[in-house]
Design a protein around this ligand. Structure first.
Ligand code: SF4
Length: 229
């Protein structure tokens, strides 16, 4: 399933967070960075090409650390088994904002690196916002069936290494439908793309928040900002 009609409501503070800086500090101490973020906001919104690809699979059984899926696919990993033990179905989700924004920011790095960084921040914020919106969309779908939804599980979280998770996800979906490819180092093109798994079922045991399983949780300042559990 491909969905393309997404509204990405960004503001300048989202772009600053996407650059890894704290907006309240920038407002008082580095107003020039805020100006770049505001310029980037106007430039970046028309360049976004949001696409969400979702592939649904039934969970047939769980053996040791392996989820056996309908059509013979599988996923492995301690994190997945912990969160998807009671899932009836999963969605394998790929979100991308396309390549236009990163093409322009790549071109600008030589001549205007501050502006290029602001555009990068806009792209990061946009793909995270898109992923959150996709989660909410599928949570609402699950709730309409009386099902609960797991936290979003992405390659790179504690208990699911990037090289394991990304390879498994790309085996289960046709990412080319969303215009995305992956190289031998598990990097996606366009770069501003993100993958995640959601599990659904009546008896789901929801454990913690995504941040609890993130490798950055000891240092990340944005844990209260993102509303997804
Ligand atoms: S700790 Fe939470 S907000 Fe920070 S990067 Fe990880 S998932 Fe995102």
């Amino acid at each position: 399933m491909i969905l393309k009609k997404w509204d990405i409501p960004l503001n300048a503070d989202d772009i600053l967070r996407g650059q890894g800086v704290e907006p309240t500090i920038i407002h008082t101490r580095r107003p020039a960075l805020l100006e770049y973020a505001e310029w980037a906001l106007g430039e970046s919104l028309p360049l976004l090409e949001p696409v969400v690809l979702a592939e649904f699979k039934d969970v047939m059984e769980i053996r040791h650390e392996r989820l056996v899926l309908s059509n013979g696919g599988y996923l492995t990993g301690k994190l997945l088994v912990q969160h998807l033990m009671k899932a009836k179905r999963i969605a394998i989700i790929l979100c991308t904002i396309g390549s236009q924004l990163e093409t322009i920011s790549n071109q600008l790095f030589q001549t205007d690196p501050m502006y290029a960084l602001a555009l990068e921040g806009a792209g990061t914020a946009a793909v995270e916002t898109l992923a959150n919106q996709a989660c909410r969309y599928y949570e609402d779908w699950a709730a309409s069936k009386g099902w609960k939804t797991s936290i979003p599980l992405s390659p790179g979280m504690v208990g699911w290494p990037v090289e394991t998770g990304q390879a498994q996800i790309f085996n289960l979906i046709d990412a080319s439908q969303a215009g995305v490819s992956m190289n031998n180092n598990y990097m996606m093109t366009p770069r501003m793309s993100l993958t995640q798994i959601l599990g659904f079922g009546e008896e789901m045991d929801i454990q913690g928040r995504t941040c609890d399983y993130c490798n950055l949780k000891e240092t990340c300042r944005y844990q209260d900002h993102y509303a997804i559990p």
